[in-house]
Design a protein around this ligand. Structure first.
Ligand SMILES: C[S@@+](CC[C@H](N)C(=O)[O-])C[C@H]1O[C@@H](n2cnc3c(N)ncnc32)[C@H](O)[C@@H]1O
Ligand SMILES: [Zn+2]
Length: 171
């Protein structure tokens, strides 16, 4: 079966020190190169609540109540990007489903994105990224943090970038 997601040929999925399997650079990747594109079905929050108990965390949020995810077990592997979260992420988002390098990335580095760049949700979880600047606890509202808005400027999912622009207009 043709996989639902696209992985750059410069990447590979391997065991990760952060969690389970992760995505890694197999050769050097230049800033703004496409690393992966998430594929799947467009599902609502309600539908996702039925998917998660069966498939685990497999989705990427693309709007307030919309997500892109596999919906069946045989689609899971081909839809997973395997990018773990890091508080010192090297990937950002172009649009809502395209993952790009935020800087030049040397071969061997784990490819990670910061959930602050994709999520607007209500969770709170302990982070295991191990980065020197780890914020310890991750929340679904981290996109509202001014220091993260600054750090990831230009690399937020478009629906979040619009919210951030509206927030700063209101002052
Ligand atoms: C889409 S999966 C990423 C791939 C995952 N490592 C695997 O092997 O399936 C996202 C899940 O990985 C785990 N995870 C990723 N980054 C993490 C982090 N920095 N701290 C804690 N858990 C993390 C969480 O369980 C999260 O729900
Ligand atoms: Zn962290």
């Amino acid at each position: 079966m043709n996989p639902l997601s696209y992985h750059s040929p410069k990447t590979a999925v391997r065991p990760s020190p952060i969690h389970g399997r992760g995505l890694f650079a197999t050769t050097d990747i230049a800033k703004d190169e496409i690393v992966g594109v998430k594929g799947g079905h467009i599902v609502t929050r309600e539908q996702l609540e039925e998917i998660t108990p069966q498939l685990g965390p497999v989705e990427i949020q693309i709007d307030d109540d919309l997500f892109i995810a596999p919906v069946a077990n045989d689609e899971r592997e081909g839809s997973m990007l395997y990018s773990n979260h890091s508080c010192d992420a090297n990937l950002g988002i172009r649009g809502e489903i395209t993952f790009v390098a935020m800087r030049d990335i040397p071969a061997g580095e784990e490819l990670t994105h910061d959930w602050a760049t994709t999520d607007d949700d209500n969770y709170s979880v302990k982070c295991k990224c191990g980065a020197a600047n780890c914020r310890g606890t991750l929340t679904g509202k981290d996109w509202q943090r001014p220091e993260l808005q600054k750090r990831y400027s230009g690399y937020f999912s478009t629906y979040l970038a619009k919210k951030i622009a509206r927030m700063s207009k209101r002052g």
